[in-house]
Design a protein. Structure first.
Length: 248
């Protein structure tokens, strides 16, 4: 997959992993379109990027997605890359006081169902390009769940399965399907779960650039690769590694 001359839509592009991906691609001769719910934050992010267009949009709102797709079709018909980065996560115990079903519903909508909706709506645009890509940002948790992020992990596991199916579906088309699997990353999004101990988001962005260069479709960043290798030898040990305080 080429790394320059692309027009790239990045959801959740105003901060964290999304912003670093936007920065890496914008500095490599690409036009980036970043979306987010907070207009001021989005404009501030765009001001720090080269060749960037901010569009206020909420991936979990069907009407907002419909409006975004119409704008892309009208103003950016050359779009050839979609990075589904926007996400939601809740940190809690399944037997606690929180309404697990409601929290899981929000995570599943943002992390999984909204990705399906946006991808399907933009596939006609992407298929018109000589070379195109969809990037779904999942997580290390698709390999082994953490019990305090149980419903988040479940939503990302669904995204992982969908990404594999989409890749097979599109193998005869110009659209390549990448899945980016970060470990813990030091972002504002992850601070509640110890994000300060995570890798810098730039490392994730650099891994995606390298994956484009090498057509590596499952991108296991940092610790994710070692956990994957552990899982191949012992799924139980991989689960234990993700839940070091658990007794099993």
């Amino acid at each position: 997959m080429k790394t320059t001359g692309n027009t790239i839509l990045i959801t959740g592009g105003s901060a964290g992993i999304g912003f670093e991906i936007a920065k890496a691609f914008s500095e490599s001769g690409n036009h980036v379109i970043i979306t987010g719910r907070d207009g001021q934050r989005l404009a501030n992010a765009a001001s720090q990027l080269k060749n960037a267009t901010p569009i206020v949009s909420d991936v979990s709102d069907k009407n907002a997605v419909d409006a975004l797709v119409k704008q892309i079709q009208a103003d950016f018909p050359e779009l050839n890359v979609v990075v589904n980065n926007a996400g939601r996560a809740y940190y809690y115990k399944l037997d606690g006081e929180q309404d697990a079903a409601t929290l899981a519903e929000e995570e599943m909508l943002t992390n999984y169902l909204s990705v399906i909706r946006l991808n399907q709506a933009l596939l006609p645009v992407l298929k018109n390009a000589p070379e195109a890509a969809i990037v779904n940002v999942s997580s290390i948790a698709v390999i082994a769940s953490n019990y305090l992020l149980s419903t988040y992990a479940a939503s990302k596991a669904a995204l992982h399965s969908y990404s594999q199916s989409l890749r097979i579906t599109l193998e005869e088309s110009p659209v390549k399907v990448f899945e980016l699997m970060p470990p813990l990353v030091n972002t504002e999004f992850s601070q509640e779960i110890g994000g300060a101990n995570g890798i810098p988001p730039k490392e994730v962005a650099d891994a995606l650039i390298h994956a484009f260069e090498t057509d590596t479709f499952e991108v296991r960043v940092g610790r994710t690769e070692s956990l994957f290798q552990l899982y191949l030898s012992s799924p139980t040990e991989a689960l234990r590694a993700m839940n070091p305080d658990a007794k099993f």
